[in-house]
Design a protein around this ligand. Structure first.
Ligand code: PLP
Length: 393
């Protein structure tokens, strides 16, 4: 039987960029010890306090259908957090609770793209972006950045590439590069959206992981609140990846329409998960800092490990749970390097090419294992790269 074009073409054909990850998983299943630095999964689990709140809610009976837009309490807490962090007046009517940031990305594109509309996004990008756009019926268009501009898009590229598009998707702090967009870049993004009359979809799931500078939500720039849909999530900020809870924040009339989409797709998020998320948000900043602290620490450890050699260079990253390493001095592609490193050292990292053409010749390292093991893995990675480059580590 035939399946729809939308489904069979969702990945765009070719490799989905996860080959090294799957190879590492096969090795682990075969009993080979592999140091896993591929995906953005914390090495700590969800805190016991959050799990206890979840348990109490479920045992208290919040196991039936929950309100589709989200419980009023959680919508209010998310709105209050966003208002406090950005200064933009935000109420529960601006918030739709979704099963994670990924569902929010899909719902946001479905809301603003008609079939065949161009939806722009910045390369390097989080691996699901083009498929999400295709799944929502849009036509993905990459705006390719360069390591020479620290992977920040230029004003010219933004204005040119977004002409005639319906939406622009940006992500800061950025996965995979760890780059936090400057005020200047965000202004250029806002200008391009206003000039070409675009919706901005702003993926801010790493907003609590900023090591240098400050995260600016583009929704807070003049004239942007009415054309921005912010994607947020509890996954990274509260180590709740498996709970599947996130949100879209946007104009109340747009949110009211997107709620109709939720009614016909997800039918909301489990009530006990929402209660746990509400509990977590009300723990305040200290709880978020506890979750982000290991990555801040390991980012500093990464910089120390990279000192005194110039074969492996870090992209100057200011946020998120990854370091992006430039390994072009080895003469290998990111994919060749990641495969060879896995074979020789049993260290699994993501090739830059998995995140678009701009990150070719790079690898993304997730800082998601204990500090001592992480430092050991990095020093073996550097020694491996140095040998390949013919240099002394
Ligand atoms: N956006 C970015 C940039 C991500 O890296 C991720 C997950 O890794 C997501 C969105 C989706 O996160 P979730 O669906 O767990 O909220």
């Amino acid at each position: 039987m035939k399946l729809s074009h939308r489904i069979t073409h969702i990945t765009g054909g070719g490799s989905d960029g996860w080959d090294v990850f799957y190879k590492a998983r096969r090795m682990i299943a075969d009993g080979v010890p592999v140091t896993e630095l591929t995906i953005g999964e914390h090495d700590i689990g969800t805190s016991h306090a959050i799990l206890e709140a979840m348990h109490a809610s479920a045992m208290g009976g919040h196991t039936g259908y929950a309100m589709v837009p989200g419980t009023h309490a959680l919508r209010k807490s998310v709105a209050a957090r966003i208002a406090a962090r950005t200064g933009v007046p935000t109420t529960a009517d601006n918030i739709l609770i979704t099963p994670g940031g990924q569902a929010a990305l899909f719902a946001a594109h479905t809301a603003v793209c008609n079939p065949g509309d161009t939806a722009a996004y910045i390369d390097p990008y989080y691996a699901t972006y083009p498929g999400t756009i295709r799944g929502a019926g849009g036509v993905p268009k990459a705006i390719v950045t360069s390591p020479d501009t620290a992977f920040q898009p230029t004003a010219e590229a933004l204005t040119q590439a977004t002409k005639g598009a319906a939406s622009l998707l940006v992500n800061t702090p950025n996965n995979p590069t760890g780059v936090v967009y400057s005020a200047q870049t965000l202004q250029a993004i806002a200008d391009a959206c206003k000039e070409n009359d675009l919706w901005l979809i702003s993926d801010e799931v790493y907003d609590t992981q900023v090591w240098e500078g400050a995260h600016i939500s583009p929704r807070s720039l003049p004239g942007m609140a009415e054309r921005t849909l912010v994607v947020g999530s509890m996954s990274k900020s509260h180590a709740m990846t498996g709970s599947r809870v996130g949100w879209i924040c946007g104009p109340a009339d747009a949110i009211a329409q997107i709620i109709n989409l939720s009614t016909h797709t997800t039918y909301g998020v489990a009530g006990y998960i929402q209660d746990a998320a509400d509990f977590a948000l009300n723990q305040g900043k200290a709880a978020e800092e506890e979750v982000s602290a290991p990555f801040r620490r390991r980012r500093a450890l990464s910089m120390q490990a990279l000192e005194g050699q110039n074969v492996v260079r870090a992209v100057p990253a200011q946020g998120a749970m990854y370091v992006m390493l430039d390994i072009r001095a080895t003469g290998m592609s990111g994919e060749e390097f990641a495969n060879a490193l896995l074979d020789a050292e049993h260290i699994a990292v993501m090739p830059g090419e998995s995140f678009g053409q701009a990150a070719a010749g790079h690898i993304r390292v997730a800082m998601t294992i204990a500090d001592d093991q992480y430092v050991d893995a990095l020093s073996r990675l550097i020694a491996f790269a140095s040998t390949r480059a013919g240099a002394t580590p």
